[in-house]
Ligand binder design. Structure first.
Ligand code: PMP
Ligand code: GLU
Length: 401
């Protein structure tokens, strides 16, 4: 008997989480695995945020919160959006969720009808395509190449839009490529969006604070299109709070109300303790939080280190990523090789499984991110571990024939 729905049969397991699961399985067997698969800061949550959570417990924040989050949190998010992004939103336009992932799911499920087209610049984060599948939307991929730093151009976007286009997924700084769109690039993309008033955009800005190129600029800061941007953000990456599960969206009132309704039937308000901790995170300018400055500086140093090491491997092609904590090299020069046992390394999946088995380094195949030539390194780990990881990878690659 098959009791499971067609929906779940069609859905892929999250590739990032699958690789991390396999890496943890090997670790539980006593193997020293270097996990460069999961994208999460290896830093601790800043102390003042932890103190706020402890206080929330003592103050008995133990009841259901309003579905879109406490008023206090939503007001603090509005303060953040004004301070960091010069954007005006009312608290009623904010929906706080169980991570940015749920904010994305709320928005996609509230907007996309079966068969409607959703444009995804590719490479893209693994969950975009799967959430669109859940909504029965039709994903249209617009390919960005390493030569253009994995960024799509305004004219590529323009060509992909048609009458059936409902939504565009936009992510800068980007997972898996680390790409950051410049002001000029954003402006020309905003121009295309302005010329297509039937299209809504999800701007996923979860890596806002991990930007080595300069100050983050939100797509919502172009006034002519602000009302059609659903801004997604959260505390997971910038505040080293992945496990707290606190993300949010800001959108026009109609969309925010719809997402609130969606969330009310699926999870209700997110964890009350995390919400009260996030209030304090939102109220502090991240440029003045020592722990965040130290973390972002460490990511920049690790990017430089890892990039230098990867450039020394002749079979890999790399570009300079300006944000997030990922490097996404092209590795297809290995795809015609074999292990010494005669197993074919035919694609990025095979290469990642080989490196996990042989080098005990966990990476993620580019397949799930829409670029089967690439493999993703998350450098959210110490410099020593990065050096050791590349050493092991080189040894394993050198064994291929
Ligand atoms: N968007 C992107 C681009 C991501 O990489 C992630 C992964 N953390 C998310 C959204 C989801 O973030 P969260 O952990 O807050 O759910
Ligand atoms: N977003 C992170 C990553 O890409 C965390 C895992 C996930 O939720 O996908 O690795």
């Amino acid at each position: 008997m098959n009791f499971l729905s067609d929906r779940i049969a069609r859905l892929e397991e999250s590739a990032t989480l699958a690789m991390t699961r396999m890496s943890r399985e090997l670790e539980s067997q006593g193997i020293d695995v270097i996990n460069l698969s999961i994208g999460e800061p290896d830093f601790d949550t800043p102390l003042f945020i932890k103190e706020a959570a402890k206080k929330a417990i003592d103050d008995n924040y133990s009841h259901y919160s309003p579905v879109p989050g406490f008023q206090e949190l939503r007001e603090a998010i509005c303060i953040k959006l004004k301070r960091d992004n010069n954007l005006d939103y009312k608290a009623s336009q904010i929906v706080a969720s169980t991570g940015a992932k749920q904010a994305l799911a709320n928005a996609i499920l509230s907007l996309v009808n079966p068969g409607e087209e959703v444009i995804i610049p590719s490479p893209y984060w693994v969950s975009y395509s799967e959430l669109i599948k859940l909504a029965e939307g039709h994903a249209v991929y617009v390919k960005a190449s390493i030569e253009n730093d994995f960024k799509i151009t305004a004219s590529q976007l323009e060509k992909a839009i048609n009458a059936k286009t409902k939504l565009i997924m936009f992510n800068s700084p980007c997972n898996p490529t680390g790409s950051v769109y410049t002001h000029e690039e954003l402006k020309s993309i905003a121009g295309v969006i302005e010329a297509n008033p039937h299209v809504i955009v999800i701007a996923d800005e979860i890596y806002e604070h991990i930007n080595f190129a300069g100050k983050h600029e939100s797509l919502a800061s172009f006034p002519a299109i602000k009302d059609r941007i659903i801004l997604i953000n959260g505390v997971s990456k910038g505040y080293a709070m992945t496990g707290w599960r606190l993300g949010y969206l800001a959108a026009n009132q109609e969309i925010a109300t719809a997402c609130n309704k969606m969330q009310g039937q699926i999870t209700s308000g997110t964890c009350s303790i995390s919400q009260m901790a996030a209030v304090q995170a939102m109220l502090r300018d991240p440029n003045e939080v020592e722990e965040i400055k130290i973390m972002v500086e460490a990511f920049r140093n690790r990017r430089d280190l890892l990039l230098g090491l990867l450039k020394e491997i002749p079979g890999l092609k790399v570009n300079l990523p300006d944000g997030a904590f990922y490097i996404f090299p092209e590795a297809n020069s290995y795809f015609s090789k074999k292990t010494k046992e005669g197993q074919c390394i035919c694609n990025a999946d095979h290469l990642c499984m080989y490196l996990l088995r042989d080098a005990h380094v966990a990476l993620v195949s580019g397949e799930a991110f829409g670029d089967p030539n690439c493999i993703r390194f998350s450098y959210a780990t110490s410099e020593d571990r990065l050096i050791e990881a590349v050493k092991r990878i080189r040894t394993s690659l050198d064994k291929l024939v």
